[in-house]
Ligand binder design. Sequence first.
Ligand SMILES: C[S@@+](CC[C@H](N)C(=O)[O-])C[C@H]1O[C@@H](n2cnc3c(N)ncnc32)[C@H](O)[C@@H]1O
Length: 255
Amino acid sequence: MKGRVYLIGAGPGAPDLLTLRAAEILKRADVVFYDSLVHPQTLALAGNATRIPVGKRSGRRSTAQKFINKRLIDAARVHAVVVRLKGGDPLLFGRAQEEIDALRRAGVEFEVVPGVTAATAAAAELGVSLTRRGLSRHVAFVTPRAADGERSNDWAASVLAADTAVIYMGAGLAEAISAELIERGKLGTTPVALVENASLPERRVLLGTLAELPALALKTEGGPTVLLFGEVLKAALTLASPAPAGEIEDLLKRA
Ligand SMILES: C[S@@+](CC[C@H](N)C(=O)[O-])C[C@H]1O[C@@H](n2cnc3c(N)ncnc32)[C@H](O)[C@@H]1O
């Protein structure tokens, strides 16, 4: 094998939320396979590389993933620096393990470069710590989405057990998420935040309660969104400057 594959986290969207290590590797990349949410300015750092989009289309995920694995291995046979550029952090909800396993089996050297994940980018938008002394010592990153043929997990049990929970890929399932959590005992008054397009100029923050989650999700505009749950979000409700004062008091009473 000639080359090495770098699995790089591109962060949540803003091109300047990239590590220096990632930028340095991109500059000397020969080929970059990138996800659909990667910012054009981040890609532009790989000025000498062939840039290949491999964003997956829904419904064809497993075939596409096998194809990506093969392309990474093939590229490492002919290039020195092969980059697999993924949104957020590559090791969270990014199917990186399938790529790592395939690279290991093929004897290809690889290295992972972490990135800023959507959950922490969203917390930054809110100005809220996901952990908080006396209030939150248990944070869960969860997704209710399962690929075709994948066994379903009890995502709701994780949300119920955690002090703070962040759900990825859940905005389109808001109604089912709210109903299941309330049915299984979570208070409808639990503070909730939806953060869409965290870190980007078109960012959007929606605050409310678990009971209001379906209505809040309808206000999102199709961008990548995380859902956050937990008492720590009361701090965001208190400081929600865009909302009129009456609305904030109302939210606080219900939270
Ligand atoms: C396939 S997962 C990839 C997660 C990524 N590896 C990470 O660490 O953030 C895609 C999901 O991440 C979340 N996401 C990614 N970028 C986001 C952003 N800028 N703002 C809010 N949520 C985002 C959304 O829930 C989206 O559906």
